[in-house]
Design a protein around this ligand. Structure first.
Ligand SMILES: [Zn+2]
Length: 189
């Protein structure tokens, strides 16, 4: 896969940038360019870097992803996450405190949302906050994709959803089932 799957809660989208995809192990954040592409794909819900992203930014996100993956993986199965991972999440959550701005425009007060701190702090804080929202909310319904070799996580909108993506894993499983049923027959060109 050239691009990571997106469209799940933010925390799951980030966790899913590393792991077993149907095409084998991947890490979409192995390079600064990979992080930039992921941030572009999340532009509807994450601020975009104004200056150039650095290797230190990437390393910080990957470190937080490690803690997020550990906590989500254990908590969704009812197991206690290690203290270092819980602390990493709550430390990142308060890196950039949210505050509100007030402006006057066209005869009324306009309320805006801002965060203290630089871009990296804001990004880490938003990612940790999204994970904490998931932990405080629907963590128990997070599911693994049933596709062979795939370990993407998703939050099913309906109870029958089985695949991270019907186009990827759903299709692969249907095609594999078809060839098993017609074992020995080569696909027609
Ligand atoms: Zn899958």
């Amino acid at each position: 896969m050239d691009l990571p799957l997106t469209g799940e809660p933010l925390a799951l989208d980030l966790i899913n940038t590393k792991g077993g995809s149907p095409d084998g192990p991947v890490d979409h954040l192995a390079t600064v360019e990979g992080l930039r592409r992921w941030l572009t794909a999340q532009a509807h819900r994450l601020p975009q870097p104004a200056a150039d992203l650095t290797e230190a930014d990437r390393a910080a996100v990957v470190e937080l992803r490690e803690a997020m993956t550990t906590v989500v993986d254990l908590a969704r199965r009812g197991l206690e996450p290690p203290g270092w991972a819980l602390r990493a999440l709550s430390d990142a959550d308060r890196l950039a405190s949210p505050y509100r701005t007030l402006d006057w425009s066209e005869g009324r007060v306009v309320v805006g949302a801002e965060r203290e701190g630089d871009y990296r702090s804001t990004l880490l804080s938003l990612l940790a906050g999204a994970t904490i929202d998931l932990l405080a909310g629907p963590i128990g319904t997070v599911r693994d994709c049933e596709g062979p070799g795939c370990c993407m996580l998703f939050l099913p909108a309906h109870p029958r959803r089985r695949w991270c993506s019907p186009e990827l894993c759903g299709n692969r499983v249907r095609v594999a089932r078809y060839y098993r049923r017609h074992a020995g027959r080569e696909p027609q060109a």
